[in-house]
Design a protein around this ligand. Structure first.
Ligand code: PRX
Length: 646
């Protein structure tokens, strides 16, 4: 996984010559003028009122950026491009699962966002009311987000693959009284009912929720509307031609909330600001993804996760480009689907996940080879480490052998990219994300917070605030402090801990190795092992469970669950099915364990703590090291034998 020092690639001069950012002096300039350097990001936005200060550290770690400034995100993503004479430019190109396509110009998008904003207002949504959005990849998803932003109502998008229970937990935790969902969507060609999941969630909430339902499937799925449920199409029609003036928000006002998994069973409501978040999303979309207004740009991530928020919706639209939204999966109806979309839309920049690249690689180069991908100028990845072989394959077979590839490290909490090479400047080293972006204080330290020597392994921290940083965890300032700031901060300095392990080389290139806490990354989905464990121990017959990330083949991670039963139950197929069903019910099918391994006991330390690390080694076929400190070393052999037999 670690990069070889001789493996270096330079961006071609044809790229550098046209790059948005190509002056290497930017690193020094940002150092010299920090934090004022971030004005360059703020300058990419239109402000209703100028800010007084770039950074306010008075209440650290509750930092404020661009205090006193006022702006509106929907105005920045729509109105100003129209005012600049670009109303007929394509804003959004949608590729549906059944090969339907829809293009929205900036004027079209502006029109529908305004109409839906007017409808939301009429339904009672006020400034600061949190609107939950539970939609698959349909145009109404970004439209609903921008409509919320327009009226100053923070949105909380819940990935459509989450279960009813997970939706209810998130709505409950955020006190959300509004929901935008749909009747259903197509899954591998079949109609799948989303509304029944939403209805089940609503039944468990002890407050009334006003719901808007997008009719995605038409006659392919009947649905009815209960009291307080409204049809999206009817609402938009009833407000045809309406305009809503964008609400001027304080830079620090919440733009959105995004739940993510942490090390406890309770998901964390990561809150993002309007000014700092949008500034960093736009700045990195411009500097790293090299987005130009005339580009067609495609980020293949689902908008239900942070990548889609920052780099399908807010960053690209703030820059006035054309952003592609694809509803389907890469292999349906066939394995050429993505390349067909790139070719037909002449996509300039493609941003995707390493897990997707590894799948393309496995399927073989004949699929991309059948398409003209010469429009591509730049490739990017995010979400997990990309192994050098996949990186090179991506550059060679998708990027035509000369596209720069940016491996971008960041998190839901960081809001925008933090570590990567700048494609118009930096040498790329496959397997390493690169140096911290200009102005970003990312470092790799040992457990005492001292910088480690090149080649050693340590903890990835950030020792300076950044504009796109989350501001707190919704309703839980204490957890914000304790989970992110307590581990490495000192009396003199606040230090953010990312939860990742990393190494650094002699040129300051950081290779992120992955989570060192109890969070696992499965196909780009961040899952808390505690969340899955609590779903498993909720199954009758289960005594104890431990979940770790294990070998999912071709460098991917899969969910492995180690389970012991109580003495009334035998470990059998029926129990295994109940376990998987409960995980799907509590979280969603994407969290389903690939392996459920029954064991008479879980390996424990003498003080009774489950040795997850040991299970992780077993699940990854790695050497176990010394097991003599275990209270019950004999179970290790039994677990290994059971797993071999499965
Ligand atoms: O472990 C790191 C991994 O993804 C985690 C963040 O997950 P999430 O909040 O869901 O956001 C994903 C998209 C921004 C990180 O803590 N990660 C993200 N990017 C990389 C990465 N690991 C290695 N290399 C990356 N480029």
């Amino acid at each position: 996984m670690t990069p070889s020092p001789d493996d270096r690639y330079e961006p071609p001069s044809s790229f550098v010559d046209q790059a948005n950012v190509s002056d290497p002096g930017i690193y020094e300039e940002f150092e010299r003028s920090w934090p004022d350097c971030w004005e360059r990001a703020a300058d990419l936005l239109d402000w209703h009122e100028e800010y007084d200060r770039v950074l306010d550290e008075g209440d650290a770690p509750f930092y404020e950026w661009f205090s006193g400034g006022k702006l509106n995100a929907s105005y920045n993503c729509l109105d100003r491009h129209i005012e600049a004479g670009r109303k007929t430019h394509a804003a959004l190109k949608w590729e549906g699962k059944r090969r339907e396509t829809r293009t929205y110009t900036y004027q079209d998008l502006y029109g529908e966002v305004n109409e839906f904003a007017a409808a939301l207002r009429e339904l009672g949504v006020g400034t600061d009311d949190i609107v939950t959005i539970y939609l698959p990849m349909v145009p109404e998803l970004p439209i609903a987000m921008l409509a919320c932003a327009r009226i100053g109502a923070p949105h909380s998008v819940v990935f459509a693959g989450f279960s009813a229970d997970a939706l209810a937990t998130r709505m409950d935790a955020s006190d959300s009284e509004y929901l935008v969902t749909c009747d259903g969507y197509y899954r591998r060609g079949n109609a799948f009912n989303q509304k029944s999941k939403a209805d089940n969630a609503l039944m468990t909430l002890d407050r009334s929720v006003t719901t808007v339902v997008v009719d995605r499937l038409g006659e392919d799925l009947d649905h009815s509307l209960d009291t307080d449920q409204y049809d999206y199409g009817d609402l938009v029609l009833a407000h045809a031609g309406a305009t809503v003036s964008p609400v001027a928000r304080d830079a620090e006002d919440m733009l959105f909330l995004m739940y993510t998994s942490g090390t406890t069973g309770q998901p964390k409501g990561v809150t993002h600001s309007t000014g700092g978040y949008l500034a960093q999303a736009a700045w990195t979309a411009r500097a790293v993804l090299d987005i130009k207004p005339e580009d067609t740009y495609w980020c293949s991530a689902d908008i239900g996760w942070i990548t889609g928020h920052s780099y399908t919706v807010y960053g690209p639209l703030a820059l006035g480009t054309t952003t592609v939204i694809y509803e389907g999966t890469p292999d349906y109806p066939d394995r050429s689907r993505l390349w067909e979309i790139v070719e037909r839309n002449a996509v300039d920049v493609l941003y995707t996940a390493p897990t997707a690249v590894r799948a393309f690689m496995k399927w073989g180069e004949e699929y991309p080879a059948g398409h003209d991908l010469s429009s591509l100028r730049l490739l990017g990845t995010v979400g997990e480490p990309i192994n050098p072989r996949a990186w090179k394959w991506f550059r060679e077979h998708i990027g035509g052998g000369d596209c720069p590839v940016v491996d971008t490290w960041w998190q839901t909490e960081t809001g925008g990219m933090m570590i990567t090479t700048l494609p118009g400047i930096g040498t790329m080293k496959p397997g390493s994300a690169g140096p911290p972006l200009p102005g970003i204080g990312a470092r790799v330290v040992d457990e005492d917070g001292a910088e480690i020597d090149p080649g050693e392994t340590g903890y990835l921290v950030v020792d300076r605030p950044w504009p796109g940083m989350f501001r707190t965890l919704y309703g839980d300032d204490e957890r914000y402090r304790s989970e992110y700031w307590d581990a490495f901060s000192t009396d003199d300095e606040w230090v953010y801990f990312s939860g990742d392990g990393a190494t650094v080389d002699s040129e300051g290139y950081i290779t992120v190795l992955g989570r060192i806490d109890d969070v696992i990354n499965v196909s780009g989905h961040r899952l808390g092992t505690m969340e899955i464990e609590s779903a498993i121990v909720g199954v009758e017959g289960v005594a104890e469970a431990a979940v770790v990330g294990g070998d999912g083949g071709t460098n991917d991670t899969a969910v492995y669950a180690y389970v012991s039963t109580d003495h009334h139950h035998d470990p059998n197929e029926e129990l295994r099915e109940r376990i998987t069903a409960n995980v799907e019910r509590a979280i969603g099918p994407f969290a389903r364990p690939e392996q459920v391994v029954f064991t008479p006991e879980l390996p424990k330390t003498r003080s009774g703590k489950i040795m997850r690390r040991l299970l992780e080694n077993i699940a990854n076929h790695e050497p176990l090291g010394d097991t003599s400190t275990l209270r019950n070393p004999e179970v290790v052999g039994e677990i290994e034998a059971t797993e071999r037999d499965q």
